[in-house]
Design a protein around this ligand. Structure first.
Ligand SMILES: Cc1cc2nc3c(=O)[nH]c(=O)nc-3n(C[C@H](O)[C@H](O)[C@H](O)COP(=O)(O)OP(=O)(O)OC[C@H]3O[C@@H](n4cnc5c(N)ncnc54)[C@H](O)[C@@H]3O)c2cc1C
Length: 398
């Protein structure tokens, strides 16, 4: 047996003993809160102790120091189980890899092991009421003091802020230079008394994200990630990690709009022999499989330290488009029962309602197309009329 096969067998044995098999009837959990937080933390710790957290991260920062093959093998085995790790997805997919790439040695040693061990939860504080796509127009400020910085402003759509211990925030540190140049990324303690988190409830009735207010929140000098006023570059690194994380999920039974789930739904409604439904299910299988294969290539390249650039945007766009396409198929399979609901379709209906959110989170489909057009296809660049104007001379709604 190869070492990968041994690893796979060990992962499956551990999952069978420690994780719940995927349950079709369980509620689809947009917030990641259907299990108590302590249970999520306990599970993440057990995952780490067993050697299945931070699989590709270096050992000196709590990782396992293994390669993408092991990561993919674990994800494939985990696809049939319900892992209650929702609160850790952002930290492990976005701030964690960014600190790994740009953080100081002290930051990596302080923050990465507790994240992998399930002791601390993270969120990403980028979007603001006045700037989501145009995040470089952000208006939250960080003012230098004698021994650090003071942050004031508001963020919005912050997933998981309600239970986060830390966040990575981008703030304006120099308004006298053009908007991309005067931004800095900081690590902020979400328990600081000046941080207020308010939930935002969506159409599903769940509250997957929040508004977060910063009122004279002090952060020390060593909270800067990367260089002062170079936060745009750090944000690009994090958005690239986010797009790979969102866009390259392995095919999973637990995805209510995935092939396995919709095939089961079609069978239950005796539609699996309907030619049009069969054709669309086959297409879903093909698209899901190609995306999984593409994700595998990107994970391999990322782990090998290669620059995947705008191809992360292609993965994110393909994943979001596939979810919207699968949502249409799911609606046609459910038919008029969509108005009645019921235990067998509840998860799928929640996922249909949430699918457009996936086309917005991590940068909208239009923004991904702009990036692909400019950086992959070499089309003309967006003129960006305000690109060279000092931020404090821009006409912004404040
Ligand atoms: C489920 C979910 C989770 C999220 N989690 C987080 C989080 O944890 N942290 C965080 O910081 N943010 C988060 N967000 C926010 C997300 O990043 C923003 O919503 C997104 O970047 C879009 O910004 P906006 O909402 O301000 O829309 P806008 O930027 O106002 O865009 C409105 C519309 O205009 C289009 N548009 C804008 N500019 C252009 C352009 N140049 N060319 C073509 N079309 C354009 C957009 O595509 C969109 O259709 C989350 C969003 C969702 C839906």
């Amino acid at each position: 047996m190869s070492s990968i096969e041994e690893f796979r067998a060990r992962a499956l044995a551990w999952l069978e003993k420690n994780a719940k098999p995927f349950d079709e009837a369980a509620e689809y959990d947009l917030e990641g809160s259907s299990v108590p937080l302590e249970e999520s933390k306990r599970f993440q710790k057990a995952l780490w102790e067993a050697g299945f957290a931070g699989i590709t991260w270096p050992r000196e920062y709590g990782g396992q120091g293994l390669g993408p093959e092991e990561l993919i093998a674990f994800n494939q085995e985990a696809a049939d189980f319900d892992l209650p790790v929702g609160p850790f997805v952002i930290g492990l997919g976005m701030p964690g890899p960014t600190i790994l790439e740009l953080g100081t040695e002290a930051q990596k040693k302080r923050y990465l092991p507790p994240l992998l061990r399930g002791d601390e939860i993270w969120c990403q504080l980028f979007s603001e009421p006045s700037g989501g796509s145009d995040v470089a127009s952000l208006q939250t400020t960080a003012r230098r003091t004698g021994n650090g910085w003071v942050i004031n402003g508001q963020k919005v759509w912050t997933s998981g802020a309600q239970w986060s211990d830390f966040g990575t925030i981008i703030a304006r540190t120099d308004p006298t230079v053009p908007k991309h140049q005067g931004i800095t990324m900081f690590i902020v303690d979400m328990h600081h008394p000046g941080v207020t988190v308010r939930p935002l409830v969506v159409a599903t009735g769940q509250a997957p994200f929040n508004e977060v207010f910063f009122d004279n929140v002090e952060v020390p000098t060593d909270a800067v990630v990367g260089e002062v006023n170079q936060g745009w570059g750090a944000a690009v690194v994090m958005l690239r990690n986010e797009r790979v994380t969102i866009g390259t999920g392995t095919r999973a039974r637990s995805n209510p709009l995935g092939f396995d789930s919709l095939l089961e739904l079609a069978r239950a409604r005796e539609l699996e022999t309907d030619t049009a439904v069969r054709r669309r299910l086959a297409m879903l299988y093909a698209r899901e499989s190609s995306l999984t294969a593409y994700g595998r290539v990107l994970h391999e390249e990322t782990t090998a330290g290669a620059e995947i650039g705008a191809r992360g945007s292609a993965a994110k766009l393909a994943g979001a488009e596939l979810a919207l396409w699968a949502a249409d198929l799911a609606q046609d399979i459910i038919g008029s029962d969509i108005a009645l609901g019921g235990a067998d379709v509840e998860r799928v209906i929640t996922a249909i309602v949430a699918a457009p959110g996936g086309a917005t989170a991590g940068g909208t489909n239009e923004i991904q197309r702009n990036i692909i057009g400019e950086r992959v296809l070499g089309l003309a660049k967006d003129p960006g009329v305000d690109r060279n104007t000092p931020f404090n001379q821009l006409k912004l709604s404040r």
